[in-house]
Design a protein around this ligand. Structure first.
Ligand code: BGC
Length: 471
C-alpha cells in the first residue's frame, strides 16, 4: 500500500471552482470552525466564573481544580470517541451532535444546585468540546480545495482564540454582578449556531459519502461547488484510489497500519510539543504569573485581555501567510521564537528583572506561539493522515493534546513552587527547542499537496521506501 486516496469535497485546482462555489466553501468552513469557538470559550470562561462559584458553593481547593480539570478529562474521552462515531454517522451529524451535547452540558452547569451537578455539567461540556476539537480539522480538511486548505484549517485556531477572548470579555461583563451562571450560559449561543448549521446549512463531506458508496450524493455535492465533469473525474479517481489502497481496516484499527505510522508519530509528537511548550500556563495562569512579576493583581484581567488580543491578532497573521509560506517555515520560526522568549522569560524571573520586561517576554512568547505552533498543529492533523485514517488519527492526536494539557496545567504550579518559576520556563524552552529539531527532521510540507505527495515526503523523512508495484 502506498499513497493515499485523494478525494475531499473538492480537491482539484482552485481555478475550477467558480466564485460562487468558493463563497459557499468559505461559509461552510466558517460555520464548522465555530466548533473551535466552543473549545476556546470553555478554556477562558472558567477562570473568571470560578472566582464566584467557589464562594457560592463554598468549594475547597481540590473541588475548585476538579471543576476545571474534569472538562479536560471529558474532552479526552470525547476526542477518542468521536472518530469512530464520525466514521459511522458522518461529519455533519457528529458536529451537530456535539453542538447538542454542549447545549445539554451548558444547561446542567448553569442550573447547578451544588458541586456534584456542576462537575457533571463540566464533564458533559468536555465530551462536546473534545469531540468537536477532533471533528473540526477533519471536516474542514474534507471540504477545502487544497490551495486554501491552510487558511480554512487555520480558521479553527482563529475561532479558538476568539473564543478565549470573548470568554475573558464575558467574565469582565458579568464580574460586577458576580453572575457566573450568565458567564457559562453565553456558551449556548455558538452551540445553537452549530446545531442549526448542521441541520440546515452544512453539507456532508464528499469523501465520507463516497466511502459509503453514496456516489450520487457525493457527485451532486462536488458538482454544486464546481461542475458535473469535474465531479465525475474526482469521484472516479477517488474510487480508483480507494479500491487500490483499502486494506479493510476501520476505526482505530486504521492507525495500526505501518503506512500510517509516520503520520501518527508526527500528529502525536506535535500534540505533545504544542502543550509541553507551556502555552496554557500563560493562558490559564497569566494573572498569577503577572502578579509574581510584581504588577498589581487589580490589573490582571486587563493584562489577560491584552494577551488574548495578541493571541488572536497573530493567528490572523498566520492565516494570511500559511498558504504562501507553507507549514514548515511557520512552525520552525514559531518554535524558534518560543524557545528564545521562554529562555528570556525564565531569566527575567531568575535574575529579578523588572516586571515590565517579564511582561514583554510573555507577550512576545504568545505572539511566537500564535503565528505557528498554535494553528499549524490543528492544520497538520487535518492533512497528514490518509483519508481512511483521518478521523481516527485526528482523534488520537487531539486526545494526546488534551492529555498533555491536563498534565501541564496540573503540575505547573507545584513544579514552579518547588524549583522556581523561571527555572520552570527553562524546561519549557528545552522542550520547544527539541520540538524545533523534530519539525526540521520529520514534519512534511503539506502546502498545496495531495495525500500521495504528503505520503512520499513522510516516507523519505522516516527513511521508508514505497513497496514495489505502487505509486
Ligand atoms: C491549544 C490550546 C490553547 C490555545 C491557545 C490551542 O491551539 O490547543 O490548548 O489554549 O491554542 O490559543
Amino acid at each position: 500500500m502506498q499513497g493515499f486516496a485523494t478525494a475531499t469535497v473538492y480537491e482539484g485546482p482552485l481555478a475550477e471552482v467558480p466564485p460562487d462555489g468558493l463563497r459557499k466553501i468559505w461559509l461552510w468552513a466558517a460555520l464548522i470552525a465555530v466548533g473551535g469557538f466552543l473549545f476556546g470559550f470553555d478554556t477562558g470562561v472558567i477562570s473568571g466564573a470560578l472566582l464566584y462559584i467557589k464562594t457560592d458553593f463554598g468549594l475547597n481547593s481540590f473541588e475548585q481544580s476538579s471543576v476545571v480539570s474534569v472538562l479536560v478529562l471529558g474532552a479526552m474521552a470525547g476526542a477518542l470517541g468521536s472518530g469512530r462515531i464520525a466514521d459511522r454517522i458522518g461529519r455533519r451529524r457528529i458536529l451537530g451532535l456535539e453542538g447538542l451535547v454542549f447545549l445539554i452540558g451548558t444547561v446542567i452547569a448553569v442550573l447547578s444546585t451544588g458541586y456534584p451537578m456542576l462537575v457533571v455539567g463540566r464533564l458533559v461540556l468536555g465530551l462536546a468540546v473534545g469531540g468537536a476539537s477532533a471533528t473540526v480539522p477533519v471536516y474542514l480538511s474534507e471540504i477545502s480545495p487544497k490551495e486554501i486548505r491552510g487558511r480554512t484549517l487555520t480558521l479553527n485556531q482563529l475561532l479558538i482564540t476568539v473564543g478565549i477572548l470573548i470568554a475573558y470579555l464575558t467574565n469582565l461583563a458579568f464580574s460586577g454582578a458576580g453572575d457566573w451562571r450568565a458567564m457559562i450560559g453565553v456558551g449556548a449561543v455558538p452551540a445553537l449556531v452549530i446545531v442549526a448549521a448542521s441541520l440546515w446549512v452544512l453539507p456532508e463531506s464528499a469523501a465520507w459519502l463516497a466511502a459509503r458508496g453514496r456516489r450520487d450524493e457525493a457527485r451532486r455535492l462536488v458538482a454544486s461547488v464546481t461542475n458535473g465533469a469535474t465531479a465525475d473525474r474526482l469521484l472516479d479517481r477517488y474510487e480508483r484510489d480507494r479500491s487500490r489502497r483499502d486494506d479493510g481496516r476501520t476505526g482505530w484499527r486504521t492507525l495500526l497500519g505501518a503506512d500510517v505510522r509516520p503520520a501518527l508519530v508526527v500528529g502525536l509528537t506535535l500534540a505533545a510539543v504544542q502543550q509541553f511548550g507551556g502555552i496554557n500556563t500563560i493562558i490559564y495562569y497569566a494573572p498569577t504569573i503577572i502578579q509574581e512579576s510584581g504588577l498589581t493583581a487589580s490589573n490582571s484581567i486587563v493584562y489577560s485581555i491584552a494577551i488574548g488580543v495578541i493571541n488572536l491578532v497573530m493567528t490572523l497573521v498566520a492565516i494570511r501567510v500559511i498558504d504562501r509560506s507553507g507549514r514548515r517555515p511557520l512552525l520552525l520560526f514559531s518554535l524558534g521564537a518560543m524557545t528564545v522568549m521562554l529562555a528570556l522569560l525564565g531569566l527575567s524571573f531568575v535574575a529579578g528583572w523588572s516586571s515590565g520586561l517579564s511582561l514583554v517576554c510573555m507577550v512576545l512568547y504568545i505572539a511566537g506561539y500564535a503565528v505557528g505552533t498554535g494553528p499549524v498543529f490543528w492544520t497538520l492533523i487535518g492533512e497528514v493522515f490518509p483519508p481512511r485514517a483521518r478521523a481516527a488519527g485526528s482523534g488520537a492526536s487531539t486526545a494526546v493534546n488534551w492529555l498533555a494539557n491536563f498534565v501541564v496545567s496540573l503540575v505547573f504550579l507545584p513544579i514552579a513552587g518547588a524549583i522556581g518559576q523561571g527555572e520552570t520556563f527553562w524546561i519549557f524552552a528545552v522542550i520547544a527547542a527539541l520540538g524545533w529539531v523534530f519539525v526540521g527532521r520529520f514534519v512534511p510540507e503539506t502546502k498545496e499537496r495531495d495525500f500521495t505527495e504528503v505520503d512520499a515526503d513522510l516516507r523519505s523523512r522516516f527513511g521508508r521506501r514505497a513497496p514495489a508495484g505502487t505509486g
